[in-house]
Design a protein around this ligand. Structure first.
Ligand code: C5P
Length: 223
């Protein structure tokens, strides 16, 4: 017998990095492996949820029973997430979205200048996908429970508490980053309106199952 604490729920997850193109052959990205987000997707599906996973460019296998939508840029991730969020009851933002993208996309590969002068790139800020969804009608009316992740290098609790409030979400999951990138294990701090709870170092799938159980418990008690 396997308990299905998320039966009847539709969980939407973002995972992995985004890739912000400069020209047809170059771009800006980061070292997120997508492991944590994919582990959460697997754990949510195991818990009986319908799962939609919006993934940036990663080399991870799609967990069984999970509907995966592949995207490249933050703007594509936002569009896919907003569309899927209309049916979701839980949103977990595990993606390491690039903070900035090149202001313009060059249709042709940028050529090296004959004088050896490197090009100057302008950047613009990317949309905050989590904050956008959290400010939306479904989240504000309590139909969509939003969970964020945060990688902090120091003062984990203080930064996590402030970030939870800034993003306007009920639950924030903090870890010491970016040391967690690409690793198979991690340790987490769950921060909500009542306080915090530490999940000790364990494989990401073990932590993902615990996180899913904590989310299911909060949905039930409507905390
Ligand atoms: O502000 P910071 O990037 O530390 O916030 C991290 C959280 O916000 C993660 O849950 C991440 O997936 C989400 N995020 C997002 N879109 C962004 C930046 C962060 O969804 N542009």
């Amino acid at each position: 017998f396997q308990p299905k604490p998320l039966a009847g729920q539709h969980v939407l997850i973002t995972a992995g990095p985004t890739f912000e193109a400069i020209d047809p052959v170059r771009g800006v990205t980061n070292h997120s492996s997508g492991k944590m987000g994919f582990a959460v997707a697997r754990a949510a599906a195991e818990a009986g949820a319908e799962v939609t996973l919006v993934a940036g460019p990663v080399a991870q296998a799609t967990p069984r029973g999970v509907c995966r939508i592949d995207v490249q840029s933050a703007q594509q991730m936002l569009a896919a997430t907003l569309q899927a969020s209309e049916r979701a009851t839980v949103f977990i933002a595990a993606a390491a979205v690039a903070d900035w993208r090149p202001a313009e996309f060059h249709d042709h590969k940028i050529k090296k200048a004959v004088d050896g002068q490197p090009p100057t790139l302008q950047f613009v800020e990317n949309p905050d996908i989590l904050a956008t969804v959290a400010q939306g009608e479904r989240a504000r009316s309590g139909q969509l429970y939003c969970v964020g992740f945060a990688a902090e290098s120091h003062d984990l609790l203080a930064h996590a508490t402030a970030k939870r409030q800034r993003k306007g979400i009920p639950l924030l999951v903090a870890n010491i980053g970016p040391t967690a990138f690409g690793r198979d294990d991690n340790e987490l701090l769950l921060v909500d309106a009542h306080g915090f709870q530490a999940l000790e170092r364990a494989p990401k799938l073990v932590l993902a199952r615990k996180l899913v159980a904590e989310i299911a418990r909060r949905l039930k008690t409507k905390e």
